[in-house]
Design a protein around this ligand. Structure first.
Ligand code: GDP
Ligand code: IMO
Ligand code: MG
Length: 427
């Protein structure tokens, strides 16, 4: 397999984990490169469901190296739960490797994220997962973060805490009215975190990466979230705090752009979004409810009902551009099996002026004035969940796929017709 990046091409939950798991069969190394336990990645194998938050979706195969990369943020308590749950299922974790450069989510990050969300009003509300993601990345960028390697450097950590903790406590008490932490509390927590991470700590990642390149090993980069949640390219400020676009695979993994050959964007046959922010094709009616119920659109991480809507080709074209997609994987096509009519948004219209946008307007403030321009397709009214080849798909399903390809300017190379590994059509 060529070195491949799998990213979400919408607002997350596109089915990236299912595609990553499938491709991981032919990869030697799988790397999660950004995000943290805000991600909820589901893999279904022979009707057994696995849910990952931090551990790469390739872990179900033996003899693969699965990296939690430098660009990620790790909340060790969630990591521990995930490790324990996989051990119970007898999954071999000997290939799990954690970058010493990844950032640690501390309890105060969780406190601040929770407090900010709970007290936010109106437009301030982002609808985060409250997993401390934003505050952890904020500290990383402001150079007040704790990295994995700090947990194993007693003296360095002590000095760092002397610098960071007084500031953090001022922020916690004065800005948020929250409880401060003592150095002893944080130090003992860091010792606990070090114990959780130690069996997987990978200090010789440079050697492993050099060898991988020399021996032409296959590398699979697993993205979390999606293009439209990217902190630079998404619907800012209604985004996450990392770079889910394909470029994030390089900064978050330690491999350069020249190593990557394929970039697969994963899109649902419709769109969902959890949390706040513009969503042009959102359906707040019984059709939206129908998609939610058939597609089981409830968050893997938070259980929140996902907002649902028609496929938005403007978003898809935008995602294809900013991530340089070489192909697309279209998931959940089966969710439309009972639909008479299926709509696709081809552009937006400004209700005030009649202006048509066929590119994505990045200023979220104008979205309240935009309405989607739709075209309508006939459904196929047939169960497609057992179909194994493209040729067997109903004509109307093929027409729908061909039209999406035309609108996005990207080939759909994988079609998913159910959650299970074997409910997948490769073209
Ligand atoms: P991720 O975050 O992108 O990995 O996606 P999630 O795991 O959060 O959400 C995708 C959900 O859709 C999971 O429950 C998958 O098991 C399920 N899924 C994936 N592909 C398909 C598909 O083609 N059809 C159906 N019906 N479900 C799918
Ligand atoms: P996967 O990898 C869907 C959303 C949150 C919120 C915004 C910011 O499973 O696709 P954060 O906690 O990151 O600060 O929240 O981003 N969000 C996701 N939505 N799938 C995800 O991950 C998400 N991770 C974060 O709902 O709107
Ligand atoms: Mg998810």
């Amino acid at each position: 397999m060529e070195n491949t990046v799998v990213i979400g091409a919408q607002w997350g939950d596109e089915g990236k984990a299912k595609i990553t798991d499938l491709l991981a069969q032919n990869a030697d190394i799988i790397i999660r490169y950004q995000g943290g336990c805000n991600a909820g990645h589901t893999v279904v194998v022979d009707e057994k469901t696995f849910k990952f938050h931090l551990i790469p979706s390739g872990i179900l195969y033996k003899n693969k190296l699965c990296f939690i990369g430098a660009g990620t943020v790790i909340y060790p308590d969630v990591l521990e739960q995930e490790i324990e749950s996989l051990k119970k299922d007898n999954i071999d974790l000997s290939g799990l490797k954690i970058s010493p450069l990844a950032s640690i989510t501390m309890p105060y990050h969780i406190d601040i994220d929770g407090y900010s969300e709970d007290t936010a009003k109106g437009a301030e509300k982002i609808g985060t997962t409250k997993k401390g993601i934003g505050p952890t990345y904020t500290d990383k960028i402001s150079r007040h973060g704790i990295k994995v390697q700090d947990l194993f450097d007693e003296e360095g950590l002590s000095k760092k805490l002397d610098l960071i903790l007084p500031l953090k406590n001022k922020e916690l008490t004065h800005v948020y009215g929250l409880k401060p932490y003592t150095k002893e509390e944080i130090t003992s927590l860091c010792q606990k975190y070090a114990k959780i991470i130690k069996p997987y700590l990978c200090n010789d990642w440079q050697k492993i990466f050099h060898e991988a390149l020399e021996q032409n090993k296959s590398i699979l980069f697993e993205g979390a979230q999606g293009v439209m949640l990217d902190v630079d390219w998404g619907t800012y400020p209604y985004v996450t705090s990392s770079n889910p676009v394909a470029g994030g695979a390089c900064t978050g993994s330690g491999f350069g752009p020249s190593v990557i050959k394929e970039i697969i964007g994963v899109s649902k046959a419709y769109i969902t979004r959890v949390g706040e922010g513009p969503f042009a094709t959102e359906l707040k009616d019984e059709t939206g409810e129908k998609i939610r119920n058939i597609g089981h659109e409830f968050g893997t991480t938070t259980g929140r009902p996902r907002r649902t809507g028609w496929f938005d080709a403007v978003v898809a074209k935008y995602g294809a551009l900013v991530s340089g997609l070489t192909s697309m994987a279209l998931t959940k096509l089966d969710v439309f099996d009972t639909f008479d009519k299926i709509k696709v948004c081809t552009a937006y219209k400004d209700k005030r002026t009649g202006e048509i946008f066929d590119y994505y307007p990045t200023n979220v403030n104008i979205h309240e004035f935009l309405e989607p321009v739709y075209e309508t397709h006939d459904g196929w009214k047939q169960d497609i969940t057992k179909i194994k080849t493209y040729d067997e798909l109903p004509e109307n399903a093929k027409k729908y796929i061909a039209r999406l390809e035309q609108l996005m300017g990207v080939k759909i190379s994988v079609i998913s017709v159910g959650p299970d590994r074997d409910q997948t059509i490769f073209r």
